[in-house]
Write a protein that binds this ligand. Structure first.
Ligand code: GTP
Length: 414
């Protein structure tokens, strides 16, 4: 089987040399499109493009490894580097009351996220409480009260007090006297053009001296993210970011700008309106999604044994068939770089043909090894593809799995 692989793959590689450059160019253009569509800031995309083009010219790509994998890894780690600020955000301790202040733009989901954050910690044994310091929006206190009652979290607010600084100070002082160890302060929404509102936010922060200021961002904010975050950072000491509304198609690329501008890590992801739709941020899953791949990290968790076999060099049509089947179940195969080079419908159809071929090969007692090349070729053609194409795809995928195992393998085994 291994011999068959190498004979065929060498043949395929020879014929591919001429088109490689063009394929690489198309691939980079494709990745850039994906990043821009994911709302990653134009300047950041250009920076990544520059680095990738330098890498292409370097000798590193001539190591015999699959070029797409090297490039993919490079882009993946570039984005991880941007999102990894190199220091954790403040983590509240149960022993001593901590004050966490939430800030954000209109409609970003700030008030909802305050309750989700409180609920998340309550389930982990904290004693949280909510303070509504939004004296501007009619209904802000009612919304917080409604959510807090639902989550059984103590709350503080007023229908009559119009000074947010006073309200925040009173709320925090009130809960510090009680048996509460996480005081969450919701503030009025701001916009970078509202200098007076940003000043008000600054005063609230000065008055309550929060241990952590969390900037809540809507995942669909797009290119405006950077300017907004910089304006907030100038008025309050932002220390962490929460990205909301990630359950839809939004990829949250604006988070890269926010993290860069505030030098603060993303700590949670909101993925729905429900109380428990908040999860801890996972860097690798987030970046996979941003790059339009399906969640490799999650995939590794789901089928570590299968990947282990591949990384140890086991290669049979049966194993490959299982992979293909699982991967197609999880996400469109055309999005998986190991399977195909682009996201087109054509690639998708090809994968279906390959799968049909694998299906025939693994049917009954057959498993490639006992068949002649000519016979395998006939079976492949009957399924709408060439044997050499299948071999190339399998090889690419195996290589990709090995690389993925080296990137995520440890996490997948835990
Ligand atoms: N789909 C989805 N909706 C969310 C999420 N988080 C909040 N929302 C919704 O977004 C809308 C705005 O949320 P709020 O919490 O009121 O937003 P805010 O940031 O306090 O902003 P203002 O309403 O302007 O004060 C509400 O309908 C929320 O239910 C999320 O993760 N996913």
């Amino acid at each position: 089987m291994e011999k068959l692989w190498s004979i065929l793959s060498n043949k395929v590689k020879e014929s591919n040399k001429i088109t490689e450059e063009k394929v690489l160019e198309d691939w980079i253009a494709g990745i850039i499109r994906v990043l821009l569509q994911s709302d990653v800031d134009f300047k950041i995309v250009r920076e990544i493009e520059r680095k990738i083009k330098t890498l292409i010219k370097s000798d590193d790509l001539e190591s015999g490894r699959n070029k797409f994998i090297i490039l993919h890894q490079a882009i993946f780690s570039e984005i991880c580097k941007i999102l990894d600020v190199g220091r954790p955000s403040f983590i509240p301790k149960k022993r001593k009351p901590s004050v966490v202040m939430f800030v954000g733009l209109q409609g970003c989901g700030k008030t909802t996220t305050c309750t989700k954050y409180a609920y998340y910690h309550a389930r982990k044994g904290w004693k949280p409480a909510l303070v509504c310091a939004d004296t501007f929006r009619a209904g802000a206190f009612d919304q917080l009260k409604h959510d807090a009652l639902k989550a059984r979290i103590p709350f503080y607010g007023s229908y009559t007090e119009s000074d947010p600084v006073k309200l925040a100070v009173q709320g925090v002082a009130n809960f510090k006297k009680k048996n509460v160890n996480l005081i969450i302060v919701d503030t009025r929404v701001c916009h970078k053009q509202d200098a007076s509102l940003l000043e008000e936010l600054h005063q609230v922060s000065e008055a309550i001296q929060p241990d952590l200021v969390i900037f809540v961002m809507d995942s669909r904010i797009g290119q405006a993210a950077s300017n907004q975050a910089q304006a907030f950072k100038r008025s309050v000491e932002v220390g962490a970011v929460i990205v909301t509304k990630m359950e839809g198609h939004a990829k949250g690329g604006g988070a890269l700008s926010i993290v860069k501008a505030t030098k603060s890590p993303v700590i949670f992801i909101g993925f729905g309106e429900q109380m428990d739709a908040l999860k801890e941020f996972d860097l690798k899953s987030f970046v996979s999604r941003l790059l339009g791949m399906f969640d490799w990290y999650g995939f590794m968790h789901r089928q570590p044994e299968l990947l282990e076999k591949v990384s140890e060099g086991e290669s049979t049509f049966r194993i490959m068939y299982e992979h293909l089947q699982n991967a197609l179940k999880i996400g469109p195969g055309g999005q998986i770089p190991g399977f195909s080079k682009d996201h087109s419908k054509e690639s998708e159809t090809k994968l279906k043909h390959y799968k049909a071929f694998m299906d025939s090969m693994t049917n009954g007692e057959l498993d490639g090894e006992f068949l002649s090349l000519a016979r395998m070729n006939r079976i492949a053609m009957g399924c709408g593809c060439q044997l050499s194409e299948v071999i190339e795809m399998v090889e690419g995928y195996y290589q990709f799995c090995k690389e993925m195992m080296s990137m995520f393998g440890d996490a997948a085994r835990h």
